[in-house]
Design a protein around this ligand. Structure first.
Ligand SMILES: [Fe+2]
Length: 389
């Protein structure tokens, strides 16, 4: 069942150009100019604006005599109507380029705005794989969390507010033209967001590594990312201003993003998308609460792969039986989550037992489920949700 790197199946790897390092965000003016921009729509969120991370970027645009309009009406779990409003502002302001500054939400919203600006219609028309006929305007992404991976990925996740589900748009046309990956904005990230987005990155790597669509290249990125997040995520939470730990988590997030963009994800993300569409819960937190339960379910499909993940997390399995290895890996992930302070249950977040059947139905429909290493039934999904309740 498991895909191994020895199977010689065809695999492709897509990645945008990116610049990684301190003050990378300040290259935005030069890159916008190279892309021929005259008026940029800056898509961001209220917190990023408040911390001043947008100003440095817009100053660089001004220095290149490029106009800009700021669009910051974006909530976590970006909604279809926010994308449509952004596309209207893009058109009315005469924009020809987009810069996204923020976590996964502003970046996914910016991707949606670009798709609608070029193709017209509603963002929900573009659900699924390779459904975007016309390329979007140039997009520059500046991530401000270490977890999303949206700045390098082929994915955009948008909340369909009528159906209360998150739709996935997967296309090479959603890959940014350039990602400017700068650890500095991480220094103003809260403890909670650092923990949630960090667990998101770890989930990206774990799911990409055990995915049916993994490849030798995604494997390298996934494992390196797990090692980096393991070494630097807790220190980054404890020392939020320490640029070295922040930098390493940014690298971990980047590598996880490259891995999942190309190997896709699995049941954790399918189930987290369902939760996020249903009741607007934080994406990273949903993943954190589900990961250990999905790992326990998936374990029999690829025990060797999980063992490698355990070793990357610094575990020693000498003398352990298969059952002991499984127990060690799953409790290791759970204790990492607890050390990060993510100790709620789905029940604490307001999920009710009677919500589970419809949550499970939506999760089973999510495109991320296709690459999960073990094919679950609807009952399996319901049971995993119950365990996390
Ligand atoms: Fe994610």
């Amino acid at each position: 069942m498991m895909k191994t790197s020895g199977s010689f199946e065809l695999r492709k790897f897509v990645a945008p150009e990116f610049v990684l390092g301190t003050d990378a965000r300040l290259l935005a003016g030069r890159y916008a100019k190279n892309l021929g921009a005259r008026h940029v729509l800056v898509v961001t969120g209220p917190n990023i604006l408040r911390h001043g991370w947008v100003k440095g970027v817009t100053d660089k645009l001004a220095a290149e005599e490029i106009d800009h309009t700021i669009f910051s009406s974006v909530t976590p779990n970006p909604r279809d109507e926010e994308v449509m409003n952004g596309a209207r502002v893009f058109k009315e302001s005469g924009c020809d380029c987009i810069i996204a500054i923020g976590g996964g939400s502003p970046i996914d919203c910016a991707k949606g705005i670009g798709i609608v600006s070029s193709n017209g219609g509603n963002i929900l028309d573009y659900e699924g794989v390779d459904n975007i006929p016309i390329p979007a305007p140039p997009l520059i992404c500046i991530p401000t969390t270490a977890g999303t991976g949206a700045d390098v990925s082929q994915f955009a996740i948008i909340n369909d507010t009528k159906r209360k589900v998150k739709i996935a748009i997967v296309s090479k046309k959603t890959v940014p033209d350039i990602a400017l990956i700068d650890p500095l904005p991480l220094t103003t990230l809260s403890h909670e967001l650092t923990a949630h987005t960090g667990m998101d990155a770890i989930t990206h790597s774990v799911e990409a590594y055990v995915s049916n669509a993994s490849s030798p290249v995604t494997d390298i990125n996934a494992l390196e990312s797990i090692g980096l997040m393991h070494a630097h995520l807790i220190p980054a939470v404890k020392n939020p201003k320490n640029i070295s730990h922040r930098y390493q988590t940014m690298v971990g997030s980047l590598l996880a993003g490259l891995a999942f963009s190309n190997a896709s994800l699995g049941a954790v993300h399918a189930m987290a998308h369902s939760l996020g569409g249903f009741s607007d819960l934080p994406h990273g937190e949903c993943n954190a609460l589900l990961l250990e339960h999905v790992m326990a379910f998936n374990y029999p499909a690829c025990p060797k792969r999980y063992e490698t993940i355990g070793k990357t997390l610094g575990m020693d399995f000498s003398g352990c039986s298969v059952a002991e290895k499984k127990e060690k890996i799953i409790s290791g992930i759970a204790s990492l989550r607890e050390m990060l302070g993510v100790t709620e249950t789905l029940d604490d977040l307001g999920v009710k037992k009677q919500d589970i059947p419809s949550l499970a139905r939506n999760a089973l429909q999510d495109p991320c489920m296709a690459t999960n290493p073990r094919k679950p039934t609807i009952k399996d999904i319901e049971r995993i949700y119950e365990e996390a309740l």
